[in-house]
Write a protein that binds this ligand. Structure first.
Ligand code: ATP
Ligand code: MG
Length: 254
């Protein structure tokens, strides 16, 4: 994208296998993601999308190659909201600030008013201000996911990694979430990577798409190119995704 700028995420010749004598799940993956850019990762189940995301997030070690994050402030948004049902929305979003880390001696607790201000600001960014006192089980699935977005962005991350953020949502709820992903990307000037099976998410949030197959980047291009490609694997993926997504909800003409 912007070649005069340093990428926020650099994946260099990344290889990953889980067992010494196991297969290469990722076999020489290289790409960069820049500020304000959203990269979608697609591919069939088990092709290594989550593994790639976990390697970027430092939850898995690359077997070979390198991941360079040029900003220490990053966050991972999981497929499931993973909210604490016994806590209020406020407590869920503020969790990292309320809970002292292991090394409590160096932990400086923020004043309550400052925490409240930050929680309100983040809930506003996902269109949910005013629901601080509710419990997660009083919210719809889409709202729960937006609360988990708010929690994930408490530290104003410049790098946001999403694993299937819109799976399991109806097309309208998915569209709402996609709109907020775009807001976050813009407001935080973030570099984002989104693993998704949902065509509307690809078309409405991503600038570039890479298709993983047998451990390598089999195809890459823009969402528009994905819809028009002759590549048999990429076009099969796009058609299958279209079948499971309302074409009207993709926001593009197909
Ligand atoms: N912790 C692990 N230990 C061993 N093998 C693993 C581990 N995690 C993933 N794998 C294997 O690595 C491969 C890729 O898994 P991964 O979860 O990255 O796929 P995925 O593309 O995210 O699939 P899905 O679309 O179903 O979420 C699979 O064969 C899986 O069984
Ligand atoms: Mg996965």
């Amino acid at each position: 994208m912007q070649t005069n700028q340093q990428p926020l995420i650099q994946v260099k010749n990344l290889k990953k296998k889980y067992a010494e004598d196991g297969p290469w799940v990722l076999n020489d993956i290289t790409f960069d993601v820049y500020e304000n850019e959203v990269l979608a990762i697609i591919g069939t189940s088990g092709c290594g999308k989550s593994t790639l995301l976990k390697c970027i997030a430092g939850l898995e070690c690359p077997t070979e190659g390198q991941v360079v994050l040029n900003d220490p402030n990053y966050t991972l948004v999981f497929q499931y909201s993973a909210l604490f049902d016994s806590l209020s929305v406020f407590e869920n979003v503020a969790f990292a600030l309320l809970e002292p880390p292991d090394d409590a001696t160096t932990f400086k607790r923020l004043p309550k008013a400052e925490i409240a201000k930050q929680v309100e600001e983040k809930l506003k960014m996902v269109g949910l201000d005013g629901i601080e006192e509710k419990r997660p089980n009083e919210l719809s699935g889409g709202m729960q996911k937006r609360v988990s977005f708010a929690r994930a962005i408490m530290s104003n991350p410049r790098i946001i990694l999403y694993d299937e953020p819109t799976s399991g949502l109806d097309p309208v709820a998915a569209n709402t979430l996609e709109d907020y992903m775009n807001v976050l990307s813009r407001e935080l000037k973030a570099a984002s990577v989104v693993v998704t099976h949902t065509l509307s998410t690809i078309c409405r949030t991503a600038h570039r798409v890479i298709l993983l197959n047998e451990g390598v980047i089999h195809w890459s291009g823009t969402p528009q190119e994905l819809l028009q490609t002759d590549d048999p694997i990429a076009s099969r993926f796009a058609k299958a995704a279209l079948d499971t997504t309302s074409a009207a909800a993709t926001g593009v003409r197909v």
